[in-house]
Design a protein around this ligand. Sequence first.
Ligand code: NAD
Ligand code: MN
Length: 359
Amino acid sequence: TRTFHIAAIPADGVGTEVLEAGRTLLDALAADSGGEFAFEWTDYPWGTDYYHRTGQMMPDDGLDQLRDVDAIYFGAVGAPEVPDHVTLWGLRLAICQGFDQWANVRPVTFHPGVTSPLRTIDDTSLDWVVVRENSEGEYSGLGGRNLAGRGPGNEVAVQSSLFTETGCERIVRFAFDLARTRQRKVVTSVTKSNAQQHGMVLWDDVFARVAADYPDVEANSCLVDAMAARFVLHPEDLSVVVASNLHADVLSDLGSALAGSLGLATSANLNPERRTPSMFEPVHGSAPDIAGKGIANPIGAIGSAGLMLSHFGLHDAATRVRDAIDATTAAGVLPADLGGDATSKQITEAVLDHLETAR
Ligand code: NAD
Ligand code: MN
């Protein structure tokens, strides 16, 4: 039996509800694997409650506690009474950046039985992967507030972006390698290099140089504002979309909305060299407006567990998860964010049932 040690960090709001769903599914798959694989869980009660008790989102040695696990399964951070930058930097970004999870992979796919807000879409035209640079760019953390001694009423703040040639090159190569494994071998790079003439021009230059190494993959570039429109108007000509930390963050939420809802969207924060654990999480946040009601859409979290299975090399199990999700939506078992009335639990149970039939 191959045993995978997973750190569960549900954190805040609906994060705890949807992680429970994904975990139920993973345990069911392991129990059904005939001894092929098993999961050993460790729970970390970090997040906003922990912050209220200790003044920190996770302990000082948090990363050391996680360093030897095979993967991290993460819910979401954020609570109305604490500034979002405190919760985000204190836990999620601390893990992503501390473990150099530099590639954030965010598939955008269509699920049968789900209505896209795009009237013109057919179910084959939405099959993208947004590849997000996850270690630098606009989320470098560089800058400062209250600079030059200018205080309240006259404050000055600087928020700097950091672009390194190494950082640009590794994410761009990752995108091309990923495109090679896909049916449509196309990479579209997104920047705003007309207005941001330093870092984003470096990105463009690296993209052009790396593209020359992949003559079998079609390469093109697009400015981010135009790309937002293209997502809506021409979803059919995209496959892999690679962009900086901020732009890909925004575009992947747009993509998931086109697929039906933010609640569907999956995400893997990878350290592709596997020097440190990678982290799997739904794209959405803690959704305080619906937390505690039992109605959160668990599909993003369940699908992210599927990405974790692929990361472990358990490809058959990952396919079963994808198929079971599609069978559930196709059968019309939909949560409130997709216009249905199924609870998180009912959806999880439907996915479990379809795991059985998919066998
Ligand atoms: P959000 O993703 O939490 O919610 C946006 C909207 O989508 C809300 O209407 C919410 O009800 C809905 N939604 C989100 N997930 C859903 C699900 N699983 N099922 C059904 N509906 C769902 O984003 P927000 O409202 O901008 O932020 C709320 C908090 O989450 C903030 O504190 C923010 O900083 C944090 N946040 C955290 C992460 C993360 O941990 N990765 C990501 C984004 C936002
Ligand atoms: Mn986001």
